[in-house]
Design a protein. Structure first.
Length: 694
């Protein structure tokens, strides 16, 4: 796993870096029910009263959206990602539940015990705060803010949360063959810095509710009412200062903004009052002389904060993070309070996620390649890999053709782009070599201890890479995951077995629907290599300009068109005290570019495939031409419902646009859509002027 990527380029938001996952129920009693099969192409989802040329999303998804309200344990319910995700999780649960009861191998015993410990909520209740006592004692013993490095180092060494910054090893942005130390901002609890610093009625309200939540958590942990209120105010003050010193998500998308190589000595000068040598020794990282400091200004501000805040405020801050990080594995009173704020208030989730779902996901995160190797044996046919190889080759050819015919790009830059395309590597299904978990100790009666040991195990694994050659075969997602990603330092595209299933990929259906599903996903990931961020890296994964100055200027004009277009789309409407929330065109630019490129090149690949088979794009099935089925297959990937709270949160934190705009934004920029549905030029989905990058 890459633990230090600031900006993963996925196909779908898998949960944002700073947001807490939806909370789970402490009751382990719900009986899992088998999920309904997901259909690849769904005529009943279509709203035939809508005009596809006016609002294609409404046409492709309208009936599905109307008939599929958000289940009470979800905040977003998407026809493809959620339904397939639920199916994969159910199949994984069956594997974990069986392994917990009757393990047949050492691996099954390990992940069976991990899952069983998570499910044992009676024991969680009995233990109370006991598992956190060593960390709470260290924090209580803190005498002087200059000992913070010692405290954080010791907490990290034990796998306890050690907030304030993130440290790890990953590839040097300018020399991807090197694995170097990297450090950057962290330490917030709310989903984004805006939650602390934006002056509006909405955020004022959330901040008040957050302080109430902090106060209640401290009260549950034993503080008097006065003390709890004081501690809550301290946490808010420290986190607000950290938020002000943090670089925004949008600015962090710019690689140059997060690349600053410092010698260790110069880095230490940014924070003279925090002795990093103590911290590095505690976490047992190997020797290094220089590192990338992603956010130097943050560390200067951190030093001021260390000087300014009284010791009791720091104690409150670390106690809070200790309680918060384990809240889902603490007694019901903590669990419910955590859910009320982070689940209900912030995201609009009505009910707890059933415990079996949460424990399945937690076990997958901790032991993904252990549970995954057994999962793919059952659920990933070898034929799927062969078909994917063919599809990927077809998409590569289309992107090559697309580059050759780009009207705005010089020949020199086209040659460089083709060279980069030729160097993209493909990883399909699951790793060739599985990670070895034998050194991770799992106890059947210690859910919090398991989490702490996993944190240490993962960090040791990551820090062990320092100075070593890069392992190109490593994966950053577990096999059952319904997602895909492009990695700019590896210059590779990755498709876990979990997404290579209906509705994305279906052996039984016509190619148009498959190209609209998994074909667009493949094209999306490839295009990430050429979006506003990915295009700054060369074929070897190094941050290096390969476009001519004129072409870069033209490229920025093209992407600016998409920034303005998507920035005009509404994420949530105005009402009561809530202002209208628009999408952030810059934050979502890379994903929108990838959606647009993916839709175009998958369509080109479909045309080639049909031509090779002697078929026409105008052939009809179920009353729709192949061209129309392609766009419907694409649109129906994005049918979704989302709570308003979650939609507002996503608009600030998620680089992906919501389903409606992923669909309508991409089709209105691609003339083949308007032609396929016989639209008149000038209608909303077939505009006279549209944006095109690739
Ligand atoms: Zn993406």
């Amino acid at each position: 796993m890459k633990c230090f990527r600031f900006v993963p380029v996925l196909i779908f938001a898998a949960g944002t870096a700073f947001a807490q996952a939806p909370a789970a129920s402490p009751a382990g009693s719900q009986t899992p029910a088998p999920p309904v099969p997901v259909r690849s192409f769904d005529l009943s989802a279509i709203d035939k009263t809508a005009d596809p040329c006016t609002d294609f999303y409404q046409y492709a998804c309208g009936n599905w959206v109307k008939d599929n309200p958000i289940p009470a344990d979800q905040v977003r319910w998407a026809r493809s990602f959620s339904l397939l995700g639920e199916r994969n999780r159910y199949l994984l649960w069956q594997e974990l539940d069986a392994a917990a009861a009757h393990p047949k191998t050492a691996l099954e015993r390990q992940y069976g015990n991990y899952f069983a410990a998570c499910m044992n909520t009676d024991l969680v209740e009995t233990k109370g705060l006991t598992p956190l006592e060593p960390a709470l004692k260290r924090i209580a013993d803190l005498k002087d803010a200059h000992q913070l490095a010692t405290l954080i180092g010791e907490l990290a060494a034990e796998g306890d949360p050690a907030p304030l910054f993130r440290f790890g090893v990953s590839q040097d942005e300018k020399d991807s063959s090197k694995q170097i130390a990297q450090i950057g901002q962290a330490g917030l609890s709310l989903p984004d810095r805006d939650y602390y610093i934006v002056d509006s009625k909405r955020f004022d309200g959330i901040r008040k509710q957050y302080i109430e939540h902090l106060t209640k958590m401290f009260t549950l942990a034993g503080d008097s009412a006065d003390q709890a209120a004081k501690d809550a105010a301290s946490v808010m003050e420290i986190e607000t200062t950290l938020a002000k010193a943090s670089t925004s998500r949008t600015d962090m998308r710019e690689p140059e903004n997060r690349y600053h190589i410092y010698t260790l000595a110069d880095f230490q000068k940014l924070t003279p009052d925090f002795d990093f040598t103590v911290y590095f020794k505690d976490i047992k990282v190997g020797q290094f002389d220089s590192l990338n400091v992603a956010t130097p200004n943050f560390f200067k501000a951190l030093n001021d904060l260390i000087d300014k805040e009284p010791i009791d405020a720091w104690k409150a801050y670390f106690r809070w993070h200790t309680l918060h990080a384990s809240a889902e594995n603490l007694p019901k009173a903590f669990f419910d309070e955590n859910f009320d704020f982070f689940g209900k208030t912030l995201a609009g989730q009505k009910e707890h996620t059933p415990r079996w779902k949460q424990c399945t996901s937690i076990t997958d995160r901790a032991l993904g390649e252990a549970v995954g190797q057994d999962w793919v044996k059952e659920h990933f046919p070898p034929a799927a890999k062969e078909s994917m190889d063919k599809l990927v080759a077809a998409l590569e050819k289309s992107l090559g053709d697309d580059i050759k015919t780009l009207p705005w790009m010089s020949d020199a830059t086209k040659t460089a782009a083709e060279e980069k395309l030729g160097m993209i590597r493909n990883k399909i299904g699951y790793p060739e070599k599985w990670r070895d978990y034998s050194a991770l100790k799992v106890k059947r009666d210690d859910v919090i201890g398991n989490a702490h040991r996993t944190a240490v195990f993962d960090r040791d694994y990551n820090l062990g890479k320092l100075g070593k050659p890069v392992d190109e075969k490593e994966w950053g997602m577990t096999p059952p995951t319904v997602n895909a990603y492009y990695d700019s330092s590896f210059n590779d595209i990755n498709f876990p077995a979990g997404i290579l299933q209906p509705p994305f990929f279906d052996f039984t259906i016509d190619p148009a629907v498959n190209f609209g599903g998994i074909g667009v996903v493949i094209g999306h990931e490839m295009t990430h290599g050429f979006d506003d961020e990915g295009s700054k890296y060369d074929g070897k994964g190094n941050l290096r300009e390969w476009q001519t100055a004129d072409d870069r200027k033209a490229f920025v004009e093209k992407t600016d068109c998409e920034v303005a277009e998507y920035g005009g789309f509404e994420a949530a409407p105005a009402h009561d005290n809530q202002p209208e929330q628009k999408l952030n065109g810059k934050l979502t630019l890379g994903e929108n570019t990838a959606d647009n490129g993916g839709l175009r090149i998958a369509y080109m690949a479909l045309l080639d495939t049909l031509a090779a088979e002697g078929k026409s794009i105008d052939d009809k099935i179920d009353g729709y031409t192949e061209a129309q089925r392609y766009f419907l297959g694409f649109g129906q990937v994005w049918c979704q419902n989302q709570t308003e709270q979650s939609a507002r949160q996503s608009a600030l934190t998620d680089p992906h646009s919501p389903g409606r705009w992923r669909t309508n934004g991409a089709v209105q920029n691609f003339d083949a859509f308007g032609k396929a549905f016989g639209c008149t030029k000038g209608q909303p989905m077939y505009p006279v002027n549209s944006c095109r990058v690739w």
